[in-house]
Design a protein around this ligand. Structure first.
Ligand code: FES
Length: 105
């Protein structure tokens, strides 16, 4: 089974995993998918509280990325994961769901 066959329909097709860093913790997430899907892949069952609209309305999926221009606030459901991406902070909902402690803020 290829990666893209796993849970087909939930994730966009992908052939490989890419590495991102979330508050100092390495995550392997599927390429060609947004960050929120990546979190769902990396921590199966973590996003089951139903706090996420998945369409840009609720802003419960806010992340802060480290960029060359000093950092940006983004919606994880609207931002594609890219290799080497560094996320320095998460919304309270994401931090709780991903079980990252205050020290991982
Ligand atoms: S999940 Fe609601 S804005 Fe991203």
């Amino acid at each position: 089974m290829t990666h893209s066959e796993w849970n087909e329909g939930l994730f966009n097709p992908f052939d490989k995993l890419i590495e991102i860093t979330v508050c100092g913790v390495r995550f392997s997430v599927p390429e060609n998918n947004n960050l929120l899907r990546g979190f769902q892949y990396a921590r199966a069952g973590a996003l089951l509280r139903g706090n996420y609209c998945w369409n840009g309305d609720c802003v419960n999926c806010l992340v802060w990325t480290d960029d060359d221009d000093g950092g940006s606030r983004r919606l994880a459901c609207r931002t594609e994961a890219t290799p080497g991406m560094v996320i320095s902070a998460l919304s309270d909902d994401l931090r709780a769901d991903l079980r990252l402690s205050e020290s991982n803020r």
